[in-house]
Ligand binder design. Structure first.
Ligand code: DAH
Length: 345
């Protein structure tokens, strides 16, 4: 048996040395020699057939054999693991993977751009809460109880309270600000507003507005015209024309809706080859905002004396401005966040 053990040791060590350096190969050899039906295990079983006097020595030799083979297999396994790790290791010569740094969202950029124009002529930026009360969203703005915008179909009311709602415009920040501040001042208020509109190419249940408010001693409609004209020309180009159409808002009197000349055809179909303009539909004008002189009733609600102060206010939709300026065909693109769209800004 001694000889058998010696031979087996040599054979095993040789096979282990010349085997492929891989985890699988080592595992195969471990089964072959040390597995339940392995060569070494079989020899252990044969020990019972030996005469009692030879058993101790044979046992010792077999244990030695088992240890030697185990050690050789373990060493082989270590070098296999080393090689496999190397395969996964960092190759510093590979070119790096460029990560996209990203940039501000086009709506954020448009808000910044609009606010900067107003800041440059003395306005400052103020913000207010998105969850509002009926008091600020409607009552302080002279919007009566029977006004259609108070209907649940036109405003998101918060179910749990019956008292709170998601503001449907940025105008409540006007009266919030006036309650806490004394004129003269001029502010712009950017922010999100919410309306339960069915979503389509030009409607979204959430969008952004920028509100403007200037109050002082002797603020006139001509000041409003001057300020909005500076805004329109800086935003859309020097050659833009503006038009004021009489309109109605409960919080301004008189009120107007303001159009700019179409930035594609300028109102001249000849300019675009006699076709019907796809942006203004041939009208030549694009509505961009609502405005007016602050209604004296609003001043009364916030404790100002309407005989002493006057002011103008305006409100515009940011998505609308961005759509016109960048020629975007569908408001939903601003919210889908497809990088192929966002990358273009
Ligand atoms: N709050 C109006 C809206 O959401 C927009 C608006 C119109 C705001 C006229 C004003 C304004 O401040 O004077 O439709």
């Amino acid at each position: 048996m001694k000889n058998q053990i010696k031979q087996l040791e040599q054979a095993a060590l040789q096979e282990i040395t010349s085997a492929a350096v891989s985890k699988d190969a080592v595992e195969g050899l471990r089964i072959k020699y040390l597995g339940r039906k392995g060569v070494v295990t079989e020899l252990f079983k044969k020990m019972s057939e030996l005469p009692a006097s030879e058993k101790p020595e044979a046992g010792q030799l077999l244990n030695l054999l088992k240890n030697t083979v185990t050690k050789a297999l373990d060493e082989k396994l270590n070098s296999a693991a080393g090689i496999e790790e190397e395969k996964e290791a960092l190759d510093v010569t590979l070119p790096g993977i460029l990560s996209k740094p990203g940039h501000l969202h086009p709506i954020t950029r448009t808000i910044d751009e609009i606010c900067r124009i107003f800041i440059s002529i003395g306005f400052r930026v103020v913000e207010g809460p998105e969850i509002e009360t009926e008091h600020y969203n409607f009552e302080t703005l002279n919007i009566p109880l029977e006004h259609p915008s108070r209907d649940a179909f036109d405003t998101f009311y918060l179910k749990s309270s019956g008292k709170y709602l998601l503001r449907s415009h940025t105008s409540p920040v006007q009266t919030r600000f006036m309650e806490k501040n004394k004129p003269p001042f001029s502010i712009v208020v950017p922010g999100k507003v919410y309306r339960p509109d069915a979503t389509d190419a030009s409607h979204s249940f959430m969008f952004h507005q920028i509100e403007g408010l200037a109050v002082g001693d002797n603020i006139k409609f001509s000041d409003l015209k001057g300020v909005l004209s500076i805004f329109a020309k800086t935003m859309f180009g020097k050659s833009i024309k503006m038009r004021f159409r009489p309109s109605f808002f409960p919080f301004t009197e008189p009120s107007a809706e303001i159009d700019i000349s179409c930035i594609i055809c300028g109102g001249d179909a000849q300019k675009i080859g006699g076709k019907r303009c796809s942006l203004c539909g041939g009208k030549g004008w694009l509505e961009i905002l609502g405005a007016g002189m602050v209604n004296p009733k609003v001043f009364e609600k916030v404790g100002y004396d309407p005989k002493k102060v006057t002011g103008f206010a305006f409100g515009m939709g940011v998505e609308r401005i961005a759509i016109l300026k960048y020629g975007v065909s569908d408001i939903r693109m601003f919210f889908e966040n497809d990088v192929r769209f966002l990358e273009q800004f």
